[in-house]
Design a protein around this ligand. Sequence first.
Ligand code: MTE
Ligand code: MO
Length: 201
Amino acid sequence: MNVTRGFTGRPRVADPGLPPGQYDARDDWPVLSAEVTPDLAAADWTFRVDGLVAEPRTWTWQQAHELPASAYEGDIHCVTGWSKFGVRFAGVSLDAFLDAVRPLPSATHVVAYAHTGYTANLPLADVTGGRAWIAWEYDGRPLAPEHGGPARLVVPHLYFWKSAKWIAGLRLLDHDEPGFWEQNGYHARGNPWEEQRYSGD
Ligand SMILES: Nc1nc2c(c(=O)[nH]1)N[C@H]1C(S)=C(S)[C@@H](COP(=O)(O)O)O[C@H]1N2
Ligand SMILES: [Mo]
């Protein structure tokens, strides 16, 4: 027998690049900030890596720019539902900073903290191996203040709340310590492909 389909045109096939429960925001880039955008000049920006490391260190804007340039081109996924395809962030790989401070073998997790006080926790393994950046450019232009400029963390394989804007530093720990959203019920890791939105997911 013939089956008459209840729709015409292309069937809606889930985009393979879209994690479960997400939609494509296309040209929109929503701003999600728990804080007021700080008035932070590049000249006053610093980035520190400390905690369980052999040599804690703070980089100025200029010192950070002397590290090898590295870029990310790909997708980002916010836990509120939007994803963006093919975004371009440029800055320095977190590996370059971590190599300089030499993490101790006991280090398993990090807390990323912003100049505003915002925090996010991550397994150390999620910010090493070329999967995390300190980014100061978006689409070839300086990162806008509302999106975390002068510089933000970018960890695109996890939900975007992990990517702390106005990044100030990373503290290496031998345990997991919940950050701002994680203390408020969000998942400790936040893998969008496993829909790890809330603790217990
Ligand atoms: N400092 C800080 N970083 C933050 C946030 C925040 O509120 N404060 N929100 C997070 C969330 S929930 C998301 S989705 C992204 C949003 O980045 P955007 O505003 O550039 O889109 O930043 C993350 N980093
Ligand atoms: Mo988000």
